[in-house]
Design a protein around this ligand. Structure first.
Ligand code: GDP
Ligand code: IMO
Ligand code: MG
Length: 429
């Protein structure tokens, strides 16, 4: 049985949540495999809107939802999100939700450090979500993280706390901050431990069991390939690998389990936070895209930067992540534009490039080469079949798939779950 891995192919906010929610009814399990509550996934079902940051989007359809070891988990954010969704009538219990017991925790000291560094960086700041994501991943790799399984052994945490505090106390001193209050931290962990532990389990084993039983697994990525710590616009990236390959290592299944790689691609481009953005429009057109697309961050409420579709970036993302097919989202936002532009290459100091160079200075300097197409006066909003689309919108989709060298599997035409056109079912082999 085929599995599906959903990843963002731009700078995040491509509409992953909507597509995962739509696909979840065809899946037996949904797994988050990287990132943390820096993600903000919006799902619209009828007149109800759900905003998820840490919980897999499958939870809304009641599909078994798991948080894999590749995620960094803030236990207090988890509790708040579960309470919020429970308040919206979503059932979340130990039967339909689980957390990997080897998942590293985001602690209050990580959030502190994220904020202190960003403040100190001034104009050079990354523009993080301030959730402590970077510092938590650093501690994981630095072998001093507190993990979910530690919550069941808080009396045996001394050696790990020594390692953790030795590192953080030195950093904090550099920022003029007092050392970590170990007792207060332990007390907070003691209080939250039972809540987290009710969901803790060897997720790798659960997944391997359901896989052997023939289940369809849906891997839900967060962020996007251009925010990947290796392949993205470094250093203006997040601190995890967001590419499809992480689905395996971040959940505990082998690389042969990731199945159809579905890249989620917005019909134009947006970015939140600092960093290069070749097709950014700081004019009325950019303003119009932002207004029509309601481009405000789900997590921080920040205005997203907007620009034309960049086929060079998406082609690169699709290649790097082995994308089998894309879901093209927010096509309706382009409705009514007289002309639409697509970036097909870059000019850098007199040379033409067909890829995005690695160095930040080159990334900032490239000039987009555009191809202009007629827009469409009809509407794509709410379309549920190919036949509902204006001819010129179909031409746009075809040009996009040609330029990115990857076929379109789905088209999304509104925030609403059912406003989705299926071209090729990713779950069918
Ligand atoms: P994610 O982080 O990739 O899950 O995306 P976000 O939820 O942060 O941002 C996508 C936004 O666009 C959300 O507000 C969605 O409700 C909305 N959205 C998703 N697909 C479509 C679409 O096809 N058309 C329109 N107009 N909005 C969409
Ligand atoms: P979803 O899953 C868009 C961006 C931040 C910042 C950089 C580093 O909703 O697509 P971090 O807090 O991760 O250290 O911030 O990454 N960023 C996102 N941008 N969508 C997201 O998630 C993002 N998660 C992080 O704005 O530029
Ligand atoms: Mg988002």
């Amino acid at each position: 049985m085929a599995n599906v891995t959903v990843i963002g192919a731009q700078w995040g906010d491509e509409g992953k949540g909507k597509i995962v929610d739509w696909l979840a009814s065809r899946a037996d399990a949904v797994v988050r495999f990287q990132g943390g509550h820096n993600a903000g996934h919006t799902l619209v079902v009828g007149d109800v809107t759900y905003k998820l940051s840490l919980l897999p989007s499958g939870i809304v359809t009641g599909t078994l939802s798991l948080i894999g070891n590749g995620v960094v988990l803030d236990p207090w954010a988890l509790k708040a999100e579960i309470e919020k969704l429970t308040g919206q009538g979503v059932a979340i219990n130990a039967d339909n939700f689980g957390i990997a017991d080897n998942c590293p925790l985001i602690l209050p000291l990580h959030r502190d450090l994220d904020g202190l560094r960003e403040q100190a960086a001034g104009a050079g700041k990354i523009g993080t979500t301030g959730r402590g994501i970077g510092p938590a991943y650093e501690d994981k790799v630095g072998r001093r993280a507190i993990r979910v399984c530690d919550l069941a052994h808080l009396d045996a945490l001394d050696a790990q706390l020594d390692r953790l505090c030795a590192h953080h106390d030195a950093l904090r001193a550099g920022f003029g901050q007092p050392p970590v209050d170990r007792e207060a931290l332990l007390a907070e962990l003691r209080e939250i431990a039972p809540f987290v532990l009710q969901f803790a389990q060897p997720v790798w084993q659960r997944l391997n069991k359901v896989r052997k039983a023939g289940a369809r697994i849906l891997f839900e990525g967060a962020q996007g390939v251009l925010l990947d710590v290796d392949h993205g616009t470094y250093p203006f990236v997040t601190s995890s690998n967001t590419v499809s390959g992480t689905a395996a290592s971040g959940s505990g299944l082998g690389p042969n389990s990731t199945g159809f790689v579905l890249g989620i691609v917005k019909a134009y481009t947006t970015r939140v936070g600092s960093g290069p953005f070749p097709t950014e429009l700081e004019d009325e057109t950019g303003q119009r895209l932002g207004e029509r697309g309601h481009e405000f961050g789900t997590v921080t409420g920040r205005k997203r930067r907007c620009g034309w579709f960049d086929a060079v970036l998406v082609r690169q993302s699709c290649a790097i992540s082995g994308v089998t097919g894309i879901a093209l989202t927010k096509l309706d936002v382009l409705d009514g534009f007289e002309k639409v532009k697509i970036c097909t290459g870059y000019r850098l100091r007199g040379k033409v490039l067909d890829f995005f160079p690695a160095h930040a200075a080159d990334q900032a300097e490239v000039e987009p080469i555009y191809e202009e197409m007629d827009g469409w006066s009809g509407t794509t909003a709410g379309a549920r079949s190919w036949a509902d689309l204006p001819a010129q919108a179909i031409k746009y989709i075809q040009r996009v798939q040609e330029l990115i060298e990857t076929p379109v599997a789905l088209v999304s035409t509104s925030p609403e779950r059912e406003d989705t056109i299926l071209v090729r079912d990713p779950f069918v082999d």
